[in-house]
Design a binder for this molecule. Sequence first.
Ligand code: AMP
Length: 207
Amino acid sequence: MLNIVLFGPPGAGKGTQSQKLITKYNLVHLSTGDLLRAQIAQGTELGLTAKKLMDEGLLVPDAVVIGMIGSALETNPQAGGFIFDGFPRTVAQAESLDQLMASHNTHIGCMIALEVQEEELVKRLLERGKTSNRPDDQDETKIRRRVTVYNTETAQVAGYYAAQKKFHALNGIGPIDDIFGQICGLIDLHQAAKPETPAEATKEVKA
Ligand code: AMP
């Protein structure tokens, strides 16, 4: 199984690159932002509570997103692997993700971070806000708050994966296909260096 965390601030290009990666590597895309927006669209209680925080650019509680990821893993038992986009955003979420992966006899292969400076992020998100219909993309103050939340609460998650020697960073500014090529290069290197865990190997032999 190939499980990748795509990391970076809002507007770094995680969603765009995820779409290309799921096609190339046959993965399931799990974006907690998309899962939360689906809850909002369905008008669930969870969605209503989350919306208030999301519209302000603040994080929703760890337990909410961890629960959603746990359910998504259960509902995709045939997946060849997952791309996590926008999750984990706190160290507590990263720890829970490791536990969830272990309970499915798998693990995170690597984290790939897309680095983009704040002024470029603001420009990109305001542009996206013209068509995304997202209140958090349409107001510069909210966008800058999301970047601040990333810097203060989320950036430290990189250290969690660096300690496991799974962290890689790339420049997120440049042609989409060039960045995609660099991400694929890193994934292919990782796969060559670290094949499946013994548990996964046994599963494949049995299958
Ligand atoms: P995104 O689509 O990834 O930019 O996420 C939009 C918003 O959803 C964020 O600003 C948060 O309010 C919320 N959100 C998404 N993923 C998470 C997460 N892993 N932890 C907490 N809040 C999240």
